[in-house]
Design a protein around this ligand. Structure first.
Ligand code: NAD
Ligand code: TYD
Length: 349
């Protein structure tokens, strides 16, 4: 079995690569990543020596390159995570999201379809998506797999679009696709532009914590290791053509989450209770800020038996501990030095 994982140097991708390499030593895993600001090979330092691991630096927006890669290597499966992933960046530079998330996904569909050439026995194209495609909820209700798409940000619109293309390649060409839509992830190796690692970093440095609006927006949070486990289950047992929602049954308003994070940080840093919360600074709300996401993942539980393994309180504590004991990783990422170091090491420049 040879699986191509795209975006494997990113946050979730690195956990998926690690999970597959260590759980399935007989599989060959090729990690294809263009190493944008969000890609960091240090995220895979502990597994990059494994004999079943390959890294290819390449860009999914380059259709010819992908065609050639699929000609050279015989992939049995694709797990597609490469994307521009940050909502705030999609507001300042929407076009990059269209190019990578939409065109990049279509290029990958074309390459897989051409290489497999209607011989789909044992093949699988797994597209990783987000709950944000469903839009925003009011106080009640949850997203199910049947919820109509209603994206609001350029990020979620680009992911929604890519989901439609993946389904179109299934319906038109018979490509054996499966899609999952997951809620907000947290855990180790997350780039400190997203809420939890940004706030951990700012608390360490006693910098302000910029809370958008009133902090009332609600997200459902899932530990990234549990997402990787769900991806394994869906890759191996999910039904072709189906969609699975993945979530933590774990809704938090931003401000409640931030207060919990501040309490954990005070305890771990030996600071007086209430010290970190003083850093909370309310700032102008994000444009088009979705109020609430909540995901109903009962289909995944019922049909494939997956449930999250740990509570949010435990997962958040583990995450804080990881960032505190990996200050070198955090410093390299915030300074940008990681990009040069790994490029030189791999002879990429
Ligand atoms: P990330 O930004 O941490 O990583 C993205 C990776 O993709 C990086 O390694 C980057 O270098 C690579 N990449 C970007 N453009 C590329 C291109 N043109 N060619 C090749 N590689 C490219 O993202 P993440 O948070 O790990 O998210 C991974 C996937 O999961 C995305 O598809 C995202 O939409 C989805 N998702 C994320 C979350 C979340 O909470 N982070 C939740 C649900 C779904
Ligand atoms: P984020 O981690 O960017 O994920 P997403 O927008 O994909 O849900 O943001 C999570 C929530 O935290 C979201 O409601 C926006 C809010 N937020 C802040 O209040 N301040 C910040 O500095 C960031 C990055 C996010």
């Amino acid at each position: 079995m040879h699986i191509l994982i795209t975006g494997g140097a990113g946050f979730i991708g690195s956990h998926v690569v690690r999970h597959f390499l260590t759980t399935y030593p007989s599989y060959t895993i090729t990690n294809l990543d263009s190493l944008t600001y969000a890609g960091n090979l240090a995220n895979l330092h502990d597994v990059e020596h494994l004999p079943n691991y390959r890294f290819v630096k390449g860009d999914i927006t380059d259709g010819d390159f992908l065609m050639q890669l699929f000609e050279e290597q015989r992939f049995d499966g694709v797990i597609h995570l490469a994307a521009e992933s940050h909502v705030d960046r999609s507001i300042t530079n929407p076009t990059a999201f269209v190019v990578t998330n939409v065109l990049g996904t279509v290029n990958l569909l074309n390459a897989a379809n051409a290489a497999w050439n209607s011989d789909f026995q044992g093949k699988r194209f797994y597209h990783i998506s987000t709950d944000e495609v469903y839009g925003s909820l009011g106080k009640e209700g949850m997203f199910t797999e049947e919820t109509p798409y209603d994206p609001h940000s350029p990020y979620s619109a680009s992911k929604a679009s890519s989901d439609h293309f993946v389904r179109a390649w299934h319906d038109t060409f018979g490509l054996p696709v499966v899609i999952s839509n997951c809620s907000n992830n947290y855990g180790s190796f997350q780039f400190p532009e997203k809420l939890i690692p940004l706030f951990i970093n700012n608390i360490i440095q006693s910098k302000p914590l910029p809370v958008y609006g009133k902090g009332e927006n609600i997200r459902d949070w899932l530990w990234v290791v549990d997402h990787a486990q769900a991806i394994d289950v869906i890759y191996h047992q999910g039904k072709t053509g189906e969609t699975y929602n993945i979530g933590g049954h774990n809704e938090w308003s931003n401000i409640d989450l931030i207060r919990l994070l501040c309490r954990i940080m005070d305890a771990k840093l030996g600071r007086a209770a209430g010290e970190s919360e003083k850093l909370v600074t309310y700032v102008t709300d994000r444009a088009g800020h979705d109020l609430r996401y909540a995901i109903d993942s009962s289909k995944l539980q019922r049909e494939l038996g997956w449930i999250p393994s740990i509570t949010f309180e435990k997962g958040l504590e583990l995450t804080v501990e990881w960032y505190l004991s990996n200050s070198e990783w955090l410093n390299n990422v915030t300074s940008g030095s990681y990009q040069h170091y790994y490029d030189e090491m791999y002879g990429l420049r």
